[in-house]
Ligand binder design. Structure first.
Ligand code: C2E
Ligand code: MG
Ligand code: MG
Ligand code: MG
Length: 284
């Protein structure tokens, strides 16, 4: 019986594996062409200066509306896009789209700060990104400092000469670079002094249990004081409660982003909120 049980567990395992693989392949096949079919959108989430609670930027986050499955989260399709190479095309599109949207908000006086776009390692490795960005900025009528590129800390794990050259060339153009998911990337912190960075984004896993969790509070405080000491801006991700906000304000964190101020939302919804006289605190 034990043997049969073992075998059937083994069978279930392979069947499961097979369906995971099939699911992935199906998603990848669907993702190819999703952009042309108009299924990909950028949604935007507000970033606030938490001292005066004013809007200082927005982050563009990709959304895929699959014709049968509905909204597929980036957590599911970005890794597939990265492994299949599709991220290069999607990522270039995201920069162009976000810049066009930023130009519109700037021209209407609705946004003074930058739009932040997430960038994958594959886009940097492919090369030619600085020139692509030049073309996009020239077409969209916004200045380089109004585009912020977010890169996860794990991208700095293997710091290479070509990575720092690329980042230097972004910096010469006036683009601002932010380290995303800071504190989770297992990186040697030396990159903080060598690379031309503008901002650290404290990963939401540290923010979640603030202010009660003592370890998270220490980690968050330390990141803030390190950022201040290094002359970097610092923003906390995943701010959901007033208690978290109060703690972040108390320790001198510059900015916050999270459901407390607004979820990622379509551009026209965020435009309506920018126009409204209401503040940025979403009532819980
Ligand atoms: P990220 O860049 O760290 O984005 C922040 C994520 O946290 C977003 O998830 C956002 O919806 C979520 N978030 C924001 N506020 C809160 C909050 O208060 N509580 C909680 N629990 N979550 C919050 P999302 O939109 O699902 O994106 C996931 C990840 O996918 C992003 O993490 C980013 O790494 C990647 N991604 C999204 N769009 C793009 C893109 O255009 N290009 C690339 N390369 N990656 C992207
Ligand atoms: Mg990000
Ligand atoms: Mg993040
Ligand atoms: Mg993240």
């Amino acid at each position: 019986a034990a043997k049969r049980g073992g075998r059937s567990r083994f069978c279930n395992f392979t069947v499961e594996m097979q369906s995971v693989v099939q699911h992935r392949l199906a998603l990848e096949a669907n993702l190819r062409g999703a952009l042309e079919r108009g299924e990909i959108e950028l949604w935007y989430q507000p970033q606030l200066d938490i001292k005066d609670m004013r809007l200082v930027g927005v982050e563009a986050l990709m959304r895929w509306c699959h014709p049968e499955r509905g909204w597929v989260s980036p957590g599911e399709f970005i890794p597939i896009a990265e492994e299949s190479g599709l991220i290069v095309e999607l990522g270039d599109w995201a920069i162009a789209e976000a810049c066009a949207q930023a130009a519109q908000w700037h021209s209407e006086g609705l946004l003074a700060g930058p739009v932040a776009v997430n960038v994958s390692a594959a886009q940097l490795i492919r090369g030619g990104m600085a020139e692509k960005v030049d073309n996009i900025l020239a077409r969209s009528n916004i200045s380089a400092p109004m585009l912020q590129l977010e890169m996860t800390e794990s991208m700095f794990l293997h710091e290479s000469g070509s990575l720092s050259e690329t980042l230097e060339s972004f910096n010469r153009r006036g683009l601002r670079l932010a380290v995303d998911d800071f504190g989770t990337g297992y990186s040697n912190l030396g990159y903080l002094k060598r690379l031309p960075l503008a901002k650290l984004k404290i990963d939401k896993s540290f923010v979640l249990s603030l202010p009660d969790d003592v370890e998270d509070a220490v980690i968050t405080r330390t990141i803030v004081s390190m950022a201040v000491g290094l002359n970097l801006r610092v923003i906390a991700e995943g701010v959901e409660t007033r208690e978290q906000l109060a703690y972040l304000q108390q320790i001198g964190c510059h900015e916050g982003q999270g459901f407390l101020f607004g979820r990622p939302q379509p551009a026209d919804e965020l435009t309506a909120r920018m126009r409204s006289a209401q503040g940025w605190l979403v009532d819980e």
